[in-house]
Design a protein around this ligand. Structure first.
Ligand SMILES: Cc1cc2nc3c(=O)[nH]c(=O)nc-3n(C[C@H](O)[C@H](O)[C@H](O)COP(=O)(O)O)c2cc1C
Length: 150
């Protein structure tokens, strides 16, 4: 099993970044190194060569989550990064987050990306996540990485 987890993500108000910080601590206790890149902090695109997992919080324009409000705002740079030089082919899954107050729009952008790029949606969590989210998502990442490496 790989002892490395590469993460491509975007965090605008810090929740996703905080969650990845907790996940990194958890993985490091298992001897697994995390390399995480926040597209907001490093907006220069590079061609990615190693398998990675993507984290994407939902930012959608208005809407009621039922029949409108599907337009992604603020995070489109992550989609551009995935599309750049076909980087998405190395992505073994996406993890979506958001706020459950948005009802049907909860974590919707990650679902849209899964459909658009053809990688699986492997988990969802809310805001900064809980300790049990960390455990559950760490496990899902390792499972999915294994499937991808085969
Ligand atoms: C303008 C705006 C629009 C948002 N739209 C959604 C949404 O459609 N669905 C959802 O689940 N969460 C939505 N959220 C909540 C964010 O996804 C949530 O706060 C997330 O944890 C932010 O991650 P970040 O702090 O890493 O940027 C929205 C937040 C803002 C400020």
């Amino acid at each position: 099993m790989s002892k490395q987890v590469n993460i491509l993500y975007i965090s605008l108000s810090g929740n996703t970044k905080a969650f990845i910080g907790k996940l990194t601590q958890y993985f490091s206790k298992q001897g697994i190194t995390v390399n995480a890149l926040n597209v907001k902090e490093f907006p220069e695109f590079t061609k990615l060569k190693l398998p990675f997992v993507t984290f994407l919080p939902a930012f959608l324009k208005g809407g009621n989550g039922t029949d409108n409000g599907y337009t992604e705002i603020l995070t489109t740079i992550l989609g551009d990064y995935l599309a750049y030089e076909n980087n998405y082919i190395h992505c073994y899954g996406i993890i979506g987050s958001g706020n459950r107050n948005f009802n049907k729009q909860f974590a919707l952008t990650a679902k849209q990306y899964a459909k658009r790029f053809g990688f699986p949606l492997i988990a969802e969590y809310e805001l900064r996540g809980t300790e049990s989210d960390v455990l559950r998502i760490a496990q899902r990442i390792m499972e999915q990485q294994k499937v991808f490496e085969k």
